[in-house]
Design a protein around this ligand. Structure first.
Ligand SMILES: [Zn+2]
Length: 184
């Protein structure tokens, strides 16, 4: 999505500046997110405290990324938290004829996320940006030449804008063709 698991985790809150939508509302949402993230174990189980830990990591990563985007010193409490989580055990990787398999518990998944956040935030050449579309605000890595992207991913944001316009047009067409009320 954003090109980095830590930024992807931060992206599980949409429209942060506007009307925030939290995609990790229940432990099952977190399990699904870990499953969908390429670099994380294929299966983990999460309970309420695990979800709370993931949300704390997410908000700390968001704070550090914002510090980075705004070119100021990192917030010490967020630094402590991210560094602490990153010190956890890594997920296990195994090679077989079907390819690479990643396994581990949620703690190892979060440790990997924290480490990937540290790597990207420490990299002075990685261009971390905040999507300029008001309803999005997703953080992403700008890997374009000269780092001139202003949207998280033209596709994602562009398609959403197009789909909304299409729905609006259809709605308008339906109302035009709807039979009028006949007087009783
Ligand atoms: Zn966007």
């Amino acid at each position: 999505m954003s090109g980095n698991p830590a930024l992807d985790l931060v992206g599980t809150v949409q429209s942060r500046r506007d009307r925030p939508v939290d995609l990790l509302a229940a432990p099952a949402d977190l399990e699904r997110w870990v499953l969908e993230c390429d670099e994380l174990p294929d299966q983990v189980s999460a309970d309420a405290p695990a979800l709370a830990a993931a949300v704390r990591l997410r908000e700390a990563l968001y704070q550090l990324a914002l510090d980075r985007v705004r070119n100021r010193r990192f917030t010490p409490t967020s630094l402590d938290l991210v560094n602490r989580v990153a010190a956890g055990p890594p997920p296990k990787v195994e090679l077989s004829d079907t390819g690479l398999r990643r396994s581990g518990d949620l703690r190892s998944a979060l440790a990997h996320v924290a480490r990937s956040g540290i790597v990207v935030l420490a990299d002075r050449h990685a261009c971390v940006k905040e999507c300029a579309r008001a309803g999005c605000t997703r953080l992403y890595l700008d890997r374009s030449r000269g780092a001139r992207r202003t949207w998280c991913g033209m596709e994602g944001c562009g398609n959403r804008v197009k789909a909304a316009a299409y729905r609006a047009r259809r709605q308008a067409a339906r109302q035009e063709h709807a039979p009028g009320k006949t007087p009783a």
